[in-house]
Design a protein around this ligand. Structure first.
Ligand code: A3D
Length: 321
């Protein structure tokens, strides 16, 4: 069986980590793409990881490039092109630069990898993945945004620490837009199937502690931006996107929260936002619609409104050229 091809647009912090993890997970051959000014970074990281492969024990071809022709035939394209946050910035502050970047990158993908499954990571996530789908014109099942897997992983870690149990036994849901209005869903999060509200009743934790964990999850990205001082998180975001690529390439039918285009689900139409989806060989094969109580619905609606206003801002930037 021929090896699959994975193109990584953006060879920065996340791009480099994606390249390493994709090799270690035997997902296929890898092309790291960046702008001409950063071609050396793309080529250097590709060569460095290729030289790691004999030690780690995997076979994959690595290339770095600033020529879109080199992504031809890619099965999966993961996009991190753009700029990350600096301390004090919100994700939304990035829209001015990143909307133009995604507009250019989308055209490159459309022309050179028309059959690819595209995973967008660039922030502000929900608006950027929507723009990517518009620019490529690809069917919505083949364009998806990574955020929910990461936000849920943060939530899971903090819960596992609170309960002193394995992260593997904590499942958690974070839906809505990838921003300050994201919606960690306590009712649907569990330890080995026991919902969090039951664990409060069982005396494992208190509602106050859970509220603090929810807030820390919402601020999870900013906490790391503050610590790093010169960029944003990259290990966990890369691992999260790789799990999505793997679900697609191996037809795993994973049920994970991703930014997907809604077509009436959750009462929303024509907008990308974080919801649970099934990812398999058909890309986003299904949007899973869970029921919300009044509080959850209010939080989700607030998040939808925030994403809508960012989409409007994105449209203006793209229209202005
Ligand atoms: P960084 O290390 O700066 O890498 C970005 C790369 O994109 C750089 O190498 C740039 O040269 C390259 N680039 C810029 N313009 C273009 C272009 N037109 N074509 C191709 N490449 C280009 O950033 P990073 O890897 O830390 O983060 C990348 C993006 O991911 C940022 O927008 C972050 O905000 C975002 N991010 C999202 C999440 C989510 O959970 C959604 C988490 C963390 C970071």
């Amino acid at each position: 069986m021929a090896r699959k091809k994975i193109a990584l647009i953006g060879a920065g912090q996340i791009g480099g980590t994606l390249a390493l993890l994709a090799g270690q997970k035997d997902l296929g051959d890898i092309v790291l793409f960046d702008i001409p000014q950063a071609e050396g970074t793309a080529k250097g990281k590709a060569l460095d990881i290729a030289q790691l492969s004999p030690v780690a024990g995997f076979d994959a071809n690595y290339a770095g490039s600033s020529n879109y022709k080199d992504i031809a035939g890619a099965d999966v394209v993961i996009v991190t092109a753009g700029v990350p946050r600096k301390p004090g910035m919100t994700r939304d502050d990035l829209v001015g630069i990143n909307a133009k970047v995604i507009n250019a990158v989308g055209k490159g993908i459309k022309e050179n990898a028309p059959d690819a499954f595209v995973i967008v990571i660039t922030n502000p996530l929900d608006a950027m993945v929507g723009l990517m789908q518009e620019v490529t014109g690809f069917p919505a099942n083949r364009v998806v945004g990574m955020a929910g897997v990461l936000d849920s992983a943060r939530f899971r870690l903090f819960l596992a620490e609170e309960f002193k149990v394995s992260v593997q036994d904590v499942t958690a849901f974070v839906l809505g837009g990838h921003g300050d209005t994201m919606v960690p869903l306590i009712r649907y999060s569990t330890v080995a199937g026991i919902p969090l509200p039951d664990l409060v009743k069982m005396g494992w934790t208190t509602q106050e502690k859970l509220d603090k964990i929810v807030q820390r999850t919402r601020d999870g990205g900013a906490e790391i931006v503050g610590l790093l001082g010169n960029g944003s998180a990259f290990y966990a975001p890369a691992a999260s996107a790789i799990s999505m690529a793997e679900a697609y390439l191996k037809d795993k039918k994973r049920v994970i929260p991703c930014a997907a285009l809604l077509n009436g689900e959750y009462g929303v139409k024509g907008l990308y936002i974080g919801v649970p989806v099934v990812i398999g060989k058909g890309g986003v094969e299904k949007v899973v619609e869970v029921s919300f109580n009044a509080d959850e619905k209010a939080m989700f609606d607030k998040s939808v409104a925030a994403v809508k206003s960012l989409v409007e801002a994105t449209k203006k930037i793209v229209a202005a050229g």
